[in-house]
Ligand binder design. Structure first.
Ligand code: 1GP
Length: 227
């Protein structure tokens, strides 16, 4: 399913959208809704957002950040593994704890691991994971290639959440990959940034701007798909 995605909106269960706003997002032509956030995500607010998105036809996937908020009923479960985290808990530690506790319940065929490379140290995810975000383009590309070749990760996610990234670095990471899909997220706030991100990645993830300027967020869909 993810192989055809060019544009994805990431919606945060901890933030609110009116019915009209949510409808505009879901009917925008985007390829999928990813539900996820770095803080304040609960079972209840995740169920609530999933059931509202479910009124529409498009795929709705959960990016798991908190075990307490894993809700059945999504199309897929994306599991971030932070390749450049300082603490291996964010790479595999928490994941192994979850498998130990709940492994027998996990529908593995619906699980997609994402190799995150976090490059904005000021983002919530950057602070939380103490990721080494001062990577050169060559080093970031090497992380991507290691994620693909050594860990067989189907997705490498270059994450600049909250700020628009270095597109040359993103292009280097993409060039280092042969099979994995490159997701880019961070600071895509209008048609121009969307087109620039789309030129160097397989899938563009758009988050915050949905909540601060919906009209601009909607413009990103055509900008990505037109490239
Ligand atoms: C966040 O990559 C996404 O995980 C999108 O980032 O919120 O900056 O659009 P923005």
């Amino acid at each position: 399913m993810i192989d055809t995605w060019r544009h994805v909106f990431k919606l945060d269960p901890d933030r609110s959208l009116t019915e009209e706003e949510l409808e505009a997002v879901c009917l925008s032509g985007t390829d999928a809704i990813m539900v996820g956030g770095s803080s304040g995500v609960t079972y209840d607010n995740t169920v609530d957002l999933m059931s509202r998105v479910r009124q529409f036809e498009l795929p709705c996937v959960l990016e798991v950040s908190d075990l307490e908020a894993v809700v059945p009923g999504f199309d897929l479960y994306l599991i971030p593994m932070v390749l450049n985290a300082a603490d291996s808990g964010w790479l595999i530690g928490r994941h192994s704890e979850a498998v130990e506790q709940f492994g027998y319940l996990i529908p593995w065929e619906m699980v997609i691991p994402e190799g995150y490379i976090i490059l904005n140290p000021d983002s919530t995810a950057g602070k939380l994971t103490s990721a080494d975000s001062s990577l050169s383009a060559a080093r970031a590309a090497a992380y991507g290639q290691a994620g693909e070749r050594l860990m067989s990760l189907p997705v490498i996610y270059v994450e600049y959440s909250g700020t628009f990234g270095d597109m040359e670095l993103v292009a280097s990471v993409r060039r280092s990959l042969q099979q994995s899909r490159l997701f880019y997220g961070g600071g895509v706030t209008d048609a121009e940034t969307a087109a620039r991100a789309a030129a160097v990645s397989d899938t563009v993830v758009v988050g915050n701007i949905v909540y601060s300027d919906l009209a601009k967020a909607l413009e990103t869909v055509q900008a990505v798909k037109g490239t």
